[in-house]
Design a protein around this ligand. Sequence first.
Ligand code: SF4
Length: 445
Amino acid sequence: MFIKIGPGPSSSHTIGPMKAAFHFRNLLLKLTQKKVNKATHFKILLYGSLSATGKGHGIERAVVSGLMGWQPADCKISEFLKIFKDKKSFYNIDINGTNIPLDYSSFDFGEIHHLFPYVNTMILQLKNREKVILEREYYSVGGGFIEYKGEPKKNIITPRYPYRNMNSLKKILKEKNMDLIDMLIENEMAISKLSKKDIFYKLSNILNVMIDAVDRGLNKKGVLPGPIKLHRKANVLYKKRDEKKNVFSKVFISLSAYALAASEENAAGDIVVTAPTSGAAGVIPALVYLLKNDFEIKEEQLIKGLITAAMIAFIAKRNASISGAEVGCQGEIGIATSMGAAFLSQVYGYDVDVIECAAEIALEHLLGLTCDPIKGYVQIPCIERNAIASNISYNAYVLASNYDIKKQKISFDQVIDVMLKTGRDICLKYKETSKGGLALCELKR
Ligand code: SF4
């Protein structure tokens, strides 16, 4: 499922490295005691945008927590946020009773341009002085997913109705005369081996985490962590929604405040839901919160919307990318916006043609969007971009649900293909390296 729970601020730089470190820990636990006893220290080598902006995304904290055996979905956020609060912090990682030290000097920030097969690469090493006892090369491929060098071909669990893009999905629906949501649920049941009831239970939990993130964000004030000293804005904006002058903008103000709230929580490193990434963790939660609290839409409808949104993320990852380091922000906020438009169309009961059209419109106007976070922090432009994106999702849904969609000239699959090609053409400095674009702007005091 392309919607996951984990700590902010980045799925590629926080959740992915945490999962890689957790995986590495499990390898260490299988080493002989003789080998573990020889270990003197860890070395963590970071490349690509993990090197360029890893510090701003708290990558050190993510690696330590993974090595300690923590997983993104169930890590205790108050404990997580204490890690590396102090520059002099050091940790003893317990591997079968042997303590192996780790501190800031364990991290090497390597080249941004490199020859590894994936842009966000990290090598984890257990060492005995200069000698490597165990090493593994991991790739953080976006949305919190990881792969590693030499990974055996997974036992692929085939969904009941395999599809690779929107076109093949629609073909199946036509041939089987099926409803989209029934097909997606049957696929999820086949992959997860869960019952429909359990899938709904899991997604209900995810909805609650989204709603919690918005609630927390709406109630907090002050400055976000990091050197930018960016003030939280969700609380202030939310209070303005009932002012007389805002009577026509109330929905947009609410939606924007909800998106800011969840994104500010992400920037603070708190628990959010990646949809499809943590940088874009405000878009779907804002729509969910609006529909639940302002329009009283039932949970079952929201869950069906989430399942549909996840289908959009799957197609994007399968045929292009959802990683800012690979294709720029069009793959993160662009896809989140598409997911949001599809989510709304499903919640309001439209068929797959309208869902496709809404998703296509949403992404079409965000093609070429670069990723250039200031000082490497998921704050500017990321937080406000989530607010704008949630409004675009709504707008795309409104257009699609009122158009004569049979007259649409561009398909969702075509836009995904253009996103990939555009992403390849975007130069590296605009792909989560903070070496170009807005990242070069001098900030007002
Ligand atoms: S600019 Fe977009 S892709 Fe880049 S870190 Fe921010 S939200 Fe993620």
